[in-house]
Ligand binder design. Structure first.
Ligand code: FES
Length: 115
C-alpha cells in the first residue's frame, strides 16, 4: 500500500491509498479514480499535457521506476528535460522529478505529486 499525495496551487492537497505492485496503475488512473483534476488528453504518453512533478514523502529523493522512452521524448519536447539531463539520469540511475502521469506506474512508495 502506498500513499500518494496530490498537490496543486489551485486545489487542497489530497492523499489517497494506492494498491502497489499491480504494475498497471498509473498516476493518472489513480488521480481519475479519486477525482483529482489532473490535466490530460491522449493518455498515451504523446501530448505532455499530464506532466507532473514527483517527489518522495519519506526520503526527499526522486522516486519511481525509470522513465519510459515516451516520457523521455515528450519531456524533452516540452522543455522539462534536456538531453544532458536525460544522460545524467541514466548515469545516476535516478528518475527525473518530472514525469508523465499517464506513464508513471505507482510503486510501493509514498510520494507527492504536484500537478
Ligand atoms: S495525457 Fe498525453 S502524455 Fe499523458
Amino acid at each position: 500500500m502506498a500513499l500518494v499525495t496530490f498537490t496543486s496551487p489551485e486545489y487542497k492537497d489530497k492523499t489517497v491509498y494506492a494498491v502497489a505492485g499491480s504494475h498497471t496503475t498509473t498516476i493518472l488512473k489513480l488521480a481519475l479514480e479519486n477525482k483529482i483534476p489532473i490535466n490530460f488528453q491522449c493518455e498515451d504518453g504523446e501530448c505532455g499535457t499530464c506532466v507532473v512533478k514527483v517527489s518522495s514523502l519519506e526520503t526527499k529523493e526522486r522516486m519511481g521506476g525509470p522513465l519510459t522512452e515516451k516520457e523521455k521524448t515528450v519531456l524533452k519536447q516540452i522543455g522539462k528535460l534536456t538531453a544532458a539531463e536525460i544522460e545524467q539520469m541514466i548515469v545516476d540511475d535516478l528518475p527525473s522529478e518530472w514525469r508523465l502521469a499517464c506513464q508513471m506506474i505507482v510503486r510501493d512508495e509514498d510520494i507527492r505529486v504536484e500537478y
